[in-house]
Design a protein around this ligand. Structure first.
Ligand SMILES: *[C@@H]1O[C@H](CO)[C@@H](O)[C@H](O)[C@H]1NC(C)=O
Ligand SMILES: *[C@@H]1O[C@H](CO)[C@@H](O)[C@H](O)[C@H]1NC(C)=O
Ligand SMILES: *[C@@H]1O[C@H](CO)[C@@H](O)[C@H](O)[C@H]1NC(C)=O
Length: 670
C-alpha cells in the first residue's frame, strides 16, 4: 500500500511536477535574462541613459516660454465649428493658435519643416568622397563619443550637399549640427561665414567649424563660425526666441524658404548660364507659416479665383521663351512681377496654380529652392492658394509626395495630399462657404492630379521618361463620384441669413428666376493640368444663334490631351448631377480649368460643361511672339449661382478680354 502510494506519488511527480518545474525554471531564466539582469553598466550605457533622461528635462518656465513665443499670424481653420465671439466674422480664426508639443519633436533627425524651438549646441562641416546617403553614417559624420552625444546632442546631417554645384569630383560637403534640450549647455545664438585668416570681432565665444565650406574644389576657403556663450536657462525669453533653430541650403539667388534668412556670402557664387549660387540659410526661433482662413464668399455673395497656369520656374532666374521684348533676362522674376500686377488688379480670394509650377527639364533640379519662390507674390499678399501638379513638376529632384509636403508647409497653402490609395498626389476638394453665420457650402472646387507621363515600353529600364502624357485614372473617377455624392444639397439659389437686409440683390435674383428654387448641390469648378480629349470635341451651339460656344484663342499647337483615357468625361463629369432626382439633368461641374497648353486659352462648352484653358502666364514657359502672357479669372457671384470668366493679359493697359458668363444669370441656356 505504502509502496503503491509512493509509486503513485512518484509517477504523479514525474508526469506533472517535473515538466512544471522545468517550465518554472525556464521562465525564471527568461525573466532573469530579459528583465532582471542588467549587464554591468559601462560609461557609454550610463551616458545613454543620461541622454534619454535629459531629453525629458526642461524647466517649467522653459515650456511656457516656448508656447508663448510669438507665433503671430498663426491661424488654423479649426474655426469651422467653433464658437466665434459676437461681432467677429466666423472665418476670422486669427485668435486661435496652434498648440505644439515641442518636446515631442525628434532631436536627431534633420526635418527642417518641423517647428523646432530647441537650440543647437555645435556645428561641424565634413567633406566626404562618398554620398553620405549611401554609406554607413559614421564614414562621413564628424567624430563623436557617446558622452559627447549625451552632452551636446547627436550629430544631425543637414541633408543637402553644399558641393552639389561645384563639379563632379568635388565630393560631398555637409553641415552637421547637434541639438540639445539640456539646460546647462551653451546654445548657438549667431552664425557667420568668414574667409581664411579673418575672425569675428570680438572673437570671444565664437568657434570655427574646422572644415572650409569650399573644400573639394579650387576656391578661397570660407569658414563657418558660430557663437554660443549662454545656456537656455541664462537667456531671456527674447534671446531664446531668437536662437538659431534650423539650417538648410538654398540653391539659386531667390528668396529662401519661409522663415529662413540667407547667410552671406554664398559658398558658391553664380556664374550666369553655368552654375547657380549655393547659400547656407538659417532659421531663428520658430516661424510657423500663417494658415489661410477658411474659404468664404463676401457678404454680397462674391468669390474670385485667379488661375495661374504653367509658371515653369527654375532654380535660376529663368530663361525667357518666345518673348516679344528684348533683351529679356530673369524671366522668373519678370513673371513674378507680372503676376504681382495682376494680383493687385484683381484681388482674388483664391489663387489656383494648375500645374507645371516647376520647369522640370533639368532646370528645377532643386524643387525646394524653386517652391520657396514660386508662390511668393501670392503669399506676400496673404492670398490663400491651392495647387495641382503638372507633368513637369516632378521630373527632377523630388517626387510629388515630397513636393506636396513642401507646398503644404508654405504660408496660406490649401493644397492637400488627398487619399493615398488612388492614383496621383493632390486629389482633393475645397468647399467655399457663405459669409453669414450659417456657413453654408455654396461652391465646390475639385482638384485632380492628371499625372505626368504614362508608363511606356522603355520606362521599366528607368532611362526614359514616359513618352506619353498620363491621364485621370479609373480610381480617381470613382473617388470623384464618391466625393460628389457626399455633398449635401442646399436650397438654391442660396439666401444668406438676413438676406432681407440686402434688399436689391435678392429682389433682382428672385425676379429673374422666380420658380427655380430647388434642392441641389452647389455649383462646382474643377482644376487639373492636362486637358481631357473632350476639350477638343465639337462645341455645343448657342440655341439662340446656332453659333458654336467656343471663346478665345486656339493656339496653333498640338492637342494637349493624353492618348490614353479612362473616360473621365463620360464616366465622371457627365455622371455627377446637381441632385439625385431622376428628373434632374443639370450637371454639378460647370467648368473644367486646365493648363498645359500655353498658347491655347479658349473656353469651349462640350455637352454642357465648359472646358477652359488658362493660357500661359509665364515668360519662362514656351509661348508665341504676339501672344500676350495671361491669366484666367473665375468671378463667381450671386452666392455661387453665377460663374463668369475672363482673362487678364500682360498688356500695359490692364486688358480684360473675353468676358463670358458660363452659368447662372445671363449664361447661354443649355
Ligand atoms: C509678442 O509680441 C508682442 C507685440 O507684437 C510683444 O509686446 C511681446 O513682448 C512679444 N512676446 C514675446 C514673448 O516675444
Ligand atoms: C551675428 O554676428 C554678426 C557678425 O559678427 C553680427 O554682425 C550680427 O549683428 C550678429 N547678429 C546677431 C543677431 O547677434
Ligand atoms: C530676382 O528676384 C529675386 C527675389 O526678389 C532677387 O533676389 C534677384 O536678385 C532677382 N534677380 C534678378 C536678376 O533680377
Amino acid at each position: 500500500m505504502v509502496n503503491y502510494t509512493c509509486n503513485r506519488l512518484l509517477r504523479t511527480f514525474r508526469s506533472t511536477c517535473a515538466p512544471l518545474t522545468v517550465i518554472i525554471c525556464f521562465s525564471c531564466l527568461l525573466t532573469f535574462i530579459f528583465i532582471l539582469s542588467q549587464p554591468s553598466p559601462g560609461p557609454g550605457l550610463i551616458q545613454r541613459l543620461g541622454w534619454q533622461s535629459w531629453e525629458l528635462v526642461s524647466t517649467p518656465d522653459d515650456s511656457k516660454a516656448s508656447s508663448t513665443a510669438n507665433h503671430t499670424d498663426t491661424t488654423t481653420d479649426k474655426g469651422h465649428g467653433s464658437n466665434v465671439p459676437e461681432g467677429v466674422d466666423w472665418w476670422d480664426t486669427s485668435t486661435e493658435s496652434e498648440t505644439i508639443d515641442y518636446t515631442s519633436l525628434p532631436l536627431d533627425k534633420w526635418a527642417p519643416l518641423l517647428p523646432h524651438d530647441t537650440g543647437l549646441s555645435e556645428i561641424a562641416v565634413t567633406h566626404c568622397v562618398f554620398d553620405p546617403d549611401r554609406v554607413p553614417e559614421e564614414l562621413c559624420s564628424p567624430p563623436t563619443t557617446k558622452e559627447l552625444d549625451g552632452i551636446h546632442g547627436k550629430w544631425v546631417r543637414v541633408d543637402r550637399n553644399v558641393n552639389l554645384e561645384t563639379g563632379y569630383f568635388s565630393g560631398y560637403l555637409n553641415i552637421y549640427y547637434r541639438r540639445t534640450r539640456r539646460q546647462d549647455i551653451n546654445l548657438i545664438a549667431n552664425i557667420t561665414l568668414l574667409p581664411e585668416n579673418t575672425e569675428p570681432w570680438p572673437v570671444e565665444g565664437w568657434k570655427r567649424a574646422s572644415t572650409s565650406l569650399r573644400t573639394g574644389w579650387r576656391a578661397p576657403p570660407l569658414y563657418l563660425w558660430y557663437y554660443a556663450v549662454k545656456t537656455a536657462s541664462q537667456m531671456t525669453a527674447e534671446e531664446r526666441a531668437d536662437l538659431i533653430t534650423e539650417m538648410d541650403v538654398l540653391y539659386g539667388d531667390d528668396v529662401p524658404w519661409y522663415g529662413f534668412e540667407k547667410l552671406d556670402p554664398p559658398t558658391l557664387a553664380a556664374e550666369p548660364g553655368k552654375v547657380e549660387s549655393t547659400r547656407i540659410i538659417i532659421r531663428r526661433g520658430v516661424k510657423i507659416p500663417p494658415r489661410a482662413p477658411p474659404l468664404h464668399f463676401s457678404r454680397d455673395g462674391k468669390f474670385k479665383i485667379l488661375q495661374v497656369a504653367d509658371l515653369h520656374y527654375s532654380v535660376s532666374v529663368g530663361k525667357c521663351q518666345n518673348v516679344r521684348f528684348s533683351p529679356c533676362s530673369a524671366s522668373d522674376n519678370l513673371t513674378s512681377t507680372l503676376l504681382s500686377r495682376i494680383l493687385d488688379a484683381e484681388k482674388p480670394d483664391l489663387v489656383v496654380f494648375t500645374g507645371d509650377q516647376l520647369n522640370g527639364q533639368d532646370t528645377s533640379w532643386d524643387p525646394k529652392s524653386v517652391l520657396a519662390k514660386f508662390a511668393r507674390s501670392v503669399t506676400d499678399r496673404k492670398i490663400p492658394w491651392a495647387a495641382v501638379f503638372g507633368n513637369h513638376d516632378s521630373e527632377i529632384g523630388a517626387n510629388r509626395e515630397e513636393q506636396m509636403k513642401l507646398m503644404q508647409a508654405l504660408p496660406y497653402s490649401l493644397a492637400e495630399r488627398g487619399p493615398k490609395d488612388i492614383s496621383g498626389v493632390g486629389n482633393y476638394v475645397l468647399k467655399v462657404k457663405s459669409a453669414d453665420p450659417s456657413k453654408t457650402h455654396i461652391l465646390t472646387l475639385y482638384f485632380l492630379d492628371s499625372g505626368s507621363y504614362s508608363k511606356g515600353v522603355f520606362d521599366w529600364l528607368g532611362f526614359f521618361r514616359g513618352t506619353e502624357y498620363d491621364w485621370i485614372h479609373q480610381d480617381q473617377i470613382d473617388w470623384f463620384l464618391q466625393e460628389s455624392s457626399r455633398i449635401d444639397p442646399i436650397e438654391r439659389p442660396f439666401h444668406p441669413d438676413g438676406a432681407k437686409d440686402l434688399g436689391n440683390v435678392w429682389k433682382r435674383q428672385d425676379q429673374i428666376t422666380p420658380d427655380t428654387r430647388r434642392l441641389a448641390k452647389p455649383n462646382a469648378l474643377m482644376f487639373f493640368h492636362i486637358p481631357l480629349p473632350e476639350a477638343y470635341s465639337r462645341a455645343d451651339r448657342d440655341p439662340r444663334t446656332n453659333s458654336p460656344l467656343d471663346i478665345g484663342i486656339h493656339g496653333n499647337e498640338q492637342q494637349g490631351s493624353a492618348k490614353g483615357n479612362d473616360g473621365f468625361f463620360e464616366k465622371g463629369l457627365l455622371k455627377a448631377m446637381e441632385s439625385d432626382h431622376v428628373t434632374s439633368s443639370t450637371l454639378e461641374v460647370k467648368a473644367v480649368a486646365n493648363g498645359h497648353c500655353h498658347i491655347t486659352e479658349n473656353c469651349r462648352r462640350v455637352k454642357g460643361i465648359w472646358m477652359c484653358f488658362g493660357g500661359g502666364g509665364s515668360y519662362s514657359g514656351y509661348g508665341k511672339i504676339g501672344f500676350d502672357r495671361r491669366f484666367r479669372v473665375y468671378d463667381i457671384s450671386n452666392y455661387g449661382e453665377t460663374i463668369t470668366t475672363y482673362k487678364r493679359t500682360e498688356s500695359e493697359s490692364d486688358e480684360v478680354i473675353n468676358k463670358q458668363i458660363l452659368t447662372g444669370l445671363g449664361a447661354v441656356p443649355l
